[in-house]
Design a protein around this ligand. Structure first.
Ligand SMILES: [Zn+2]
Ligand SMILES: [Zn+2]
Length: 276
């Protein structure tokens, strides 16, 4: 068993992330139109019938704009906190609406989804990890003002992560945004910079992390080539992908990586050394 993942779109114009096994899938956020979601999933060979739930991270329109129609058309349950729903301009019928709490483990077939709170200027924002019953773990960490302890803790468990790399610090500083907006983006409750994302990756990646999908890039304060170049220098064994704000990524197949013999010997030696 393993998981299939894709970003259907990523950026301030819309976010929708797909995580699924062979029979069940969940979407994290529904920030592109239902029609675009259908079109992109079809192009990728992903079945919308497999989508058993949509989880909503927060109420900003780039995360919810397609939700109402998508959920209604396909009768898909929506997991959203009551506080986040209060921040939306629509309601979800009670028979399709499920509340969730941070650190609760929600089972959707063979998938387990766990939310945790994040730093972002929204009512009740959450990040998610999605785990398959064979232990493969995917993180969806976008719209995070900083890589707090919670992000670090969960990042270390993942085989693949959609990680925000929103802005280049110099481009934001030199850009045309008004001061209050610059401060909102970079002030710890907005978005994660390339440098902060890189620091998290370099300091806390586990050797099982096979795919890093840099996500939610700013249109004005970042460049995909820059992000790719910065991260490729430190990639090691991890595949670096930059998600687009214009089209879907390909589908990545994430396996549980076996611990290699060298790693076992290394760990054994480390234990031996720690005894002295
Ligand atoms: Zn966003
Ligand atoms: Zn947001």
């Amino acid at each position: 068993m393993s998981l299939f993942i894709a970003a259907l779109n990523s950026g301030s114009n819309g976010n929708c992330y797909y995580v699924g096994n062979h029979t069940e899938a969940v979407l994290i956020d529904a920030g592109i139109s239902c029609r675009e979601t259908e079109k992109r999933m079809k192009r990728l060979g992903l079945s919308i019938q497999n989508v058993k739930a949509v989880f909503i991270s927060h109420e900003h329109s780039d995360h919810i704009s397609g939700l109402e129609i998508l959920s209604a058309r396909y009768n898909i349950p929506v997991y959203i906190t009551t506080t986040t729903l209060q921040g939306c301009r629509f309601s979800i019928p009670a028979n399709r609406m499920y509340n969730f709490s941070a650190n609760e483990r929600i089972r959707i077939g063979g998938l387990t989804i766990k939310a945790f709170t994040k730093k972002h200027d929204a009512c009740d924002p959450h990040s998610f990890i999605v785990q398959n019953n064979d232990g493969v773990c995917i993180g969806i960490f976008t719209d995070i003002g900083k890589a707090c302890e919670q992000v670090v803790y969960h990042f270390r468990q993942c085989n693949a992560v959609f990680l925000e790399a929103n802005y280049d610090e110099e481009m934001l500083a030199a850009g045309s945004y008004p001061f209050h907006l610059k401060r909102r983006i970079s002030g710890g409750n907005g978005h994660l910079s390339n440098a902060a994302a890189l620091e998290l990756f370099c300091a806390h990646r586990h050797n099982r992390l096979t795919h890093l999908i840099l996500s939610h890039l700013s249109k004005n304060n970042n460049r995909p080539e820059l992000v790719e170049q910065v991260f490729m220098q430190h990639a090691g064994q991890t595949k670096i992908i930059v998600a687009s704000r214009y089209h879907e990524t390909e589908v990545y197949h994430i396996h549980q990586t076996a611990v290699t013999t060298e790693q076992i010997i290394y760990q054994h030696n480390a234990v031996q050394l720690s005894m002295f």
